[in-house]
Design a protein around this ligand. Structure first.
Ligand code: PLP
Ligand code: ZN
Length: 385
């Protein structure tokens, strides 16, 4: 007997050459053109299924499994990620809400992507996951690989935050520290896969992370009574959350659950802002940022591997990309802790640091609803609080 269909997933599709691949093909980037792959979701299925999709099981992101690329309901690797609070921050001018991703199992939104990617790894029969990370993804993959009993090897830059390194190790992953940036760590991860086997689960090498983060968009719309906010402000590193959320906002509009999509703001630190630079100079692709320097380590990604996809997403949403200074990031981190009891790490507080500028340039009106994604907890970066 064929098991009942649980999701809209129909296979993989290249974001550049649009070639389609099967549901069970074990792939990283496109075998034809090396661009990132996306998952294909059948919108008719979602339309027919209706909003009750959102009410299945618990409060984790898996209640939206109809939007996730899985076929098997029995081996889902979860620690209760997602279902995070959306709350108004009254100390800030305007109409600003926090989507509080610090409440996830390891304290960051990376848990959503890792829960999905490790679930896929288990369902596709993989035995070893390998990835490069700035720190948070390492913690997340260590946690979920542990639950799924899959071996996990994480390559971190030498300068990665100490608490993240310790947590990744304690949760059972093998950690290798690499001299240089995340790009160097990425090369080491790939050569480890070539030498010792395994699956490369790094950002935009695997197509199985962005839909997990996309559930943030589904939750926000549900929390607002199936309506989008006017703006989403997002601290951008590899861009996984940005493209994942935008994909879901578009689907929600196509299936008639929301009527107007939000505009997106990507925020990067001035010391590593390759997307801001490419966006402002109307480029379609991203140049590598030389000598990146920032305390926001999660955003220290000199050349995002989905640069074209990120830029297309920002333009489609009539969005913008803005840079913030180290001083702004520092002040924003401390002010949020003091005035709102919101403990965020600098990579996350960076998004809030962009708000005053957005009002000053009159891009955002104080009457408009702004949702800022609070991507990661400050409890792993106490030195910045
Ligand atoms: C706290 C935090 N915020 C934002 C990001 C950037 O995420 P993305 O790669 O989805 O752009 C990261 C990535 O490491 C992070 O750790
Ligand atoms: Zn392709």
């Amino acid at each position: 007997m064929t098991p009942a269909r649980i999701s809209a997933f129909t296979g993989l599709k290249c974001t550049e050459c649009h070639t389609s691949f099967g549901e069970d093909d074990v792939l990283g980037r496109c075998p034809k053109c090396d661009a990132p792959l996306d998952t294909a979701l059948d919108e008719e299925y979602l339309k027919e299924k209706g909003k009750q999709t959102g009410s299945e099981n618990a409060s984790s992101m898996w209640r939206f499994r109809a939007f996730l690329p899985v076929r098997d309901d029995t081996r889902i690797v979860t620690a209760g990620e997602g279902g995070t609070q959306l709350r108004k921050l009254s100390s800030l001018p305007g109409h600003v809400w926090l989507k509080d991703e610090s409440r996830n199992p390891t304290g960051s939104f990376k848990d959503r992507g890792a829960s999905l990617a490790v679930t896929k790894a288990l369902q596709l029969g993989m035995k070893r996951l390998v990835l490069s990370s700035e720190g948070n993804a390492g913690c997340s993959f260590a946690l979920y690989s542990g639950i799924g009993r899959i071996s996990c090897s994480v390559f971190l830059p030498k300068l990665a935050n100490a608490s993240k390194v310790v947590l990744t190790k304690r949760l059972g992953a093998t950690v290798t520290r690499v001299t240089g940036t995340i790009a160097d760590a990425g090369r080491r991860a790939e050569s480890s896969v070539q030498r010792n086997g395994g699956y490369n689960a790094s950002t935009f090498i695997t197509p199985y992370r962005h839909d997990g983060k996309g559930t943030i968009a589904l939750e926000i719309c549900e929390q607002l009574g199936w309506r989008c906010p006017d703006w989403i402000v997002y601290p951008l590193g590899g861009g996984v959350g940005l493209v994942g959320m935008w994909k879901m906002f578009k689907i929600l509009e196509n299936i008639g659950w929301v009527s107007v999509k939000p505009r997106l703001v990507a925020v990067q630190p001035a010391g590593c802002a390759p997307i801001v630079k490419a966006f402002s100079s109307d480029r379609e692709d991203v140049e590598e940022w030389r000598s990146p320097k920032t305390s926001a380590l999660g955003l220290k990604i000199p050349k995002p591997l989905a640069g074209r996809w990120i830029l297309k997403t920002l333009r489609e949403s009539h969005g913008v990309a803005r840079a913030v200074t180290e001083d702004d990031i520092r002040k924003s981190t401390k002010r949020l802790a003091r005035d709102e009891g919101v403990l965020l790490e600098p990579s996350s507080a960076a998004a809030f640091a962009a708000l005053p500028g957005l009002y000053e340039e009159k891009l955002v009106d104080p009457s408009e609803q702004v949702v800022v994604i609070g991507t990661g907890s400050g409890l792993k970066t106490l030195e910045s609080l």
